[in-house]
Design a protein around this ligand. Structure first.
Ligand code: ZN
Length: 244
């Protein structure tokens, strides 16, 4: 069983009736429903719950954390970001969606100021091209995913060079963007996935949900012994070197 926690800021849906109409149970609710599987144990957590829904117990029990945030990154408590950060380094998977590129946790893991990028809201077409055809995150996806209308994110995107480039987006207005990228941080795996502006039904799209579901499986912790550090006794005698 994979323990998945979907964290959503959950403010747009409560404040804007047009957005509530697209996501009556919140973005977290749509994703939870969309990726449901027999071997996923899914819970959700939101900003306004005590500890943002991320108590020590929840963080410890979570195998993969999904993160959507936009207008209230600064309201996420630093102490909780620290705990999530530690847990990622110890092997919890993290999937950062859309405007989560500016979340405290993503910036901390990337080591960049803001993950700055270009953006535009013009109801334009987005085509996400599969770049890594061997990557498990692209399982079951065709040559590309097409979204009829999305917000545009364009390069430059100030992040460290990703470990893997899985998708590149093209937008009708001409820009391109590294929209599906992976990073390894110590024992943790991170996937950033661009689509998902709150005014579009992106998290009802079957291909988008499939990518998120694939990413959960890819990012899940690998059961193995903890790495060993520090001064090491040689495994066999080293010639010409006297050991104490
Ligand atoms: Zn957006």
């Amino acid at each position: 069983m994979l323990h998945v926690t979907i964290w959503n800021e959950y403010l747009h849906e409560l404040q804007d009736p047009a957005i509530a109409k697209i996501y009556p149970h919140g973005i977290h609710g749509a994703i939870a429903r969309g990726i449901a599987a027999d071997d996923f144990d899914i819970r959700t957590a939101t900003l306004n719950e005590p500890a943002h829904g991320l108590t020590d117990e929840v963080i410890q029990q979570t195998d993969v954390l999904i993160w959507w945030g936009h207008m209230a990154h600064d309201r996420v408590q630093d102490a909780i970001v620290e705990k999530v950060h530690d847990r990622v380094l110890n092997g919890m998977g993290l999937i950062v969606l859309h405007s989560g590129h500016e979340s405290k946790i993503f910036k901390k893991l990337m080591g960049t100021r803001s993950g700055r990028l270009k953006w535009r809201e013009a109801d334009e077409k987005e085509r996400l091209w599969v770049i890594d055809h061997a990557h498990p995150i692209t399982a079951g996806i065709g040559e590309y995913i097409e979204l009829p209308a999305e917000e545009m994110y364009g390069e430059a995107f100030h992040i460290p060079a990703p470990d893997e480039l899985v998708f590149i987006s093209w937008f009708e207005g001409g820009e391109v963007f590294r929209s599906g990228i992976t990073f390894h941080r110590e024992q943790g795996r991170i996937f950033y996935f661009r689509p998902g502006h709150e005014t579009y039904p992106t998290y009802h799209n079957q291909d988008i949900l499939r990518v998120i579901s694939n990413a959960v499986r890819w990012a899940a912790p690998v059961p193995r012994m903890a790495p060993v550090f520090g001064n090491a006794t040689p495994l066999e005698a080293i010639r010409g070197h006297r050991t104490a």
